[in-house]
Design a protein around this ligand. Structure first.
Ligand SMILES: [Mg+2]
Length: 94
């Protein structure tokens, strides 16, 4: 699917189901990924399931981003800032 087709699909999903429903689905998908991560911590990692839940979460994050008109460039700026904090923390541990 092209980026344009994906964007169109997200718009249709948000229009058809509404923001509240899609936000609830986003929360559910985050919980499903949490469950896969906790299973992995308990020694029962299922990489196929974890991969699918990561994909679900990324799809819902894309929709939440669209709902609130959050620009990718702003996410990249925030991400860069957070990565620098992580870098400092990691280097302090050395
Ligand atoms: Mg899921």
């Amino acid at each position: 699917m092209t980026d344009l087709e994906t964007a169109d699909l997200y718009e249709k999903a948000i229009d058809k189901f509404g923001m509240v429903e899609q936000l609830v689905v986003a929360i559910e998908e985050l919980a499903e990924l949490q469950k896969e991560i906790t299973k992995a911590i308990r020694g029962k990692a299922n990489i196929k399931n974890m991969t699918e839940e990561i994909a679900d979460v990324l799809i819902m994050i894309d929709q939440v981003t669209r709902m609130y008109f959050i620009e990718n460039k702003d996410i990249e700026v925030a991400k860069d800032y957070k990565l620098n904090i992580l870098k400092e923390i990691v280097e302090k541990r050395d």
